[in-house]
Design a protein around this ligand. Structure first.
Ligand code: PLP
Ligand SMILES: N[C@@H](CCOP(=O)(O)O)C(=O)O
Length: 531
């Protein structure tokens, strides 16, 4: 019964969610038909589902003039029933005997003991549906415009924020990002045949932060509608979190306040919150200093904290991991490499993979690698110490991977937990290694950010040491769009970086506007290379 109504089929429905073979046969068409046939019936029946291909159904593709996709979802009740799925905050990695928990409608970021929180789903309720059911449900929603499932995040709503009213969701239809087969890079640089880049930066504000921010800002929207005193949302940022927060808040009409380390983020990142109308506060400190200040401010004022200390963010970010499995038709890659800074994302990926395993969509999880810039490598140092000694924050030095210039990551405990539980590895990359890796990847047709360069440099090291094998299926997570970091590319290609050979620089050739001069250059620089 429950399985049917997730797709909004009306009763009577006698199908068992675990064995509903006929229902599961073709979820794509079922879902499509429910939407396109819905104007004639608020609760479409199995009969209406099976009549999807009829001409009657095909002719009803216009929605009423006064209706938008939110209204349509409401009218057809597509998203109303959450089947008793629920989620709450619990202390992160708590003792099983702990009874401490909080509603997601509470404004709370830390447990009683001061530790991190985690969003815990009612796994027993989710387990009432088998892995095949979830795969079919998620697959049925890809590429649609149905509110809110057109988003890669909200297509997994039951696993993200099951109880939120779809009407409160603030979404830019984020997610569903390209999983790019890095054919030439893999073959020519690494001798690999199954190398992929998950382009999370090809997104609304140009980074993976959109995945988490749609969840956080949607929940804030809900809290404000419930009358909770939230006057705005604030974050500290190395550029990408602030861009995402500002855009989603602007879309919802919610004030955003962003704390940025002065002169430490790219111009393209800085202009994003300015353009989106956020209150931009530029502080004479580094990211860790900004983070400390925003924590103090949000403890005093009714400003909601949007950094990944807030575990809601990770619920959205984990969907990128689920998406990778989905894009491989639910086959598990061998390796996933993630650049790490504040360290929320590495845990989010772990959580996404782990949920898919626990709910029977896959039978194992990949090994993960967290890649750090050597100039901001506290996790790497902790890993190298065998995880044994107490974690020691560092003062992060300047790095071209400026968005991960973080010395005191808030999610250190989450990252260690994730890496220990997936037999993970931490690698580091020097400035030259990360810039060379980025530039070499660009020369094969990508246009990646320096943080993705860190991840690729880690991959090169692990390939060279034989840890990653030539035919291991490997995914490098690209976290931001290269267009946000053009200055670093300009510096590299101008060969202006002190102590860096810039081996793959490709500076423009200045030539007199004269036929002979142009021909000489072409003979020397193009034809000679061809022969
Ligand atoms: C582009 C980019 N890559 C990687 C990261 C690292 O993510 P996390 O802080 O979750 O470790 C960040 C932010 O920190 C980022 O903005
Ligand atoms: N790279 C981040 C740093 C803050 O990370 P968060 O995930 O805790 O918000 C940024 O872009 O600000």
């Amino acid at each position: 019964m429950a399985a049917c109504s997730l797709f909004q089929a009306s009763s009577p429905c006698t199908l068992n969610p675990r064995t509903s073979k006929s229902f599961l046969r073709n979820p794509r068409t079922q879902s499509l038909s429910i939407r396109s046939c819905s104007s004639s019936s608020a609760t479409p029946s199995i009969t209406s589902i099976s009549s999807e291909s009829s001409s009657n159904c095909h002719s009803k593709h216009r929605r009423p003039a006064d209706e938008n996709i939110r209204d349509e979802a409401k009218r057809t009740h597509i998203t109303d029933n959450n089947h008793g799925f629920s989620a709450k905050y619990v202390p992160f990695n708590a003792d099983p005997s702990s009874t401490e928990s909080y509603s997601l409608d509470e404004i709370i970021y830390r447990s009683k003991s001061g530790g991190l929180l985690d969003v815990q789903h009612d796994m027993e309720a989710l387990k009432k549906f088998d892995g095949k059911y979830w795969k079919n449900l998620f697959d049925s929603r890809i590429g649609k415009t149905t509110w809110p499932y057109g988003s890669g995040v909200w297509s997994k709503k039951e696993w993200v924020l099951p109880e939120i009213d779809s009407d409160h969701i603030v979404s830019a239809f984020e997610g569903n990002s390209n999983l790019f087969w890095a054919e030439r890079y893999g073959k020519t640089i690494l001798g690999m045949n199954d190398l992929w880049v998950k382009h999370c930066g090809i997104s609304h504000t140009g980074s993976f932060k959109d995945l988490g921010m749609t969840v956080l800002v949607s929940q804030v929207n809900r809290l404000r509608k419930l009358g909770k005193p939230v006057v705005g949302v604030g974050c500290a940022s190395t550029g990408d979190t602030s861009a995402a927060l500002s855009a989603y808040c602007a879309a919802a009409g919610i004030p955003a306040i962003v704390f940025l380390p002065a002169n430490k983020i790219s111009m393209a990142q800085l202009v994003q919150p300015i353009a989106n109308g956020a209150k931009v506060i530029s502080l004479d400190t580094d990211f860790d200093g900004c983070m400390q200040l925003i924590r103090e401010v949000t403890a005093e004022l009714p400003i909601y904290l949007a950094n990944s200390l807030n575990s809601l963010r990770l619920e959205g970010q984990k969907t990128a991991a689920i998406e990778i499995l989905q894009q491989f038709d639910w086959e598990v890659p061998d390796w996933v490499i993630v650049p790490g800074g504040n360290l929320g994302n590495i845990y989010a990926f772990y959580k996404g993979f782990q949920m898919c395993k626990e709910l029977g969509l896959v039978d194992r999880i990949p090994r993960m690698v967290c890649a750090q810039a050597a100039n901001a490598n506290p996790l790497y140092l902790h890993y190298k110490s065998g995880w044994d000694s107490e974690f020691k924050p560092v003062t992060a030095a300047t790095t071209f991977a400026s968005a991960i210039q973080i010395g005191d990551p808030v999610s250190i405990d989450r990252a260690v937990f994730a890496l220990k539980n997936c037999d993970g590895i931490v690698e580091e990359a020097s400035e030259e290694e990360l810039m060379d890796a980025m530039s070499q990847a660009d020369l094969t047709g990508m246009f990646i950010c320096p943080h993705t360069g860190v991840a690729l440099a880690a991959l090169i090291k692990l390939r060279n040491s034989g840890v990653i094998q030539p035919n291991d299926r490997t995914v490098v997570v690209s976290t931001a769009h290269g267009l946000k970091f053009t200055q670093s590319k300009i510096d590299y290609h101008s060969k202006e970086i002190p102590d860096m050979a810039s081996r793959f620089a490709n500076p423009p050739i200045e030539v007199k506007a004269d036929f002979g001069a142009v021909m000489d250059v072409l003979k020397k620089r193009v034809l000679s290379e061809y022969q």
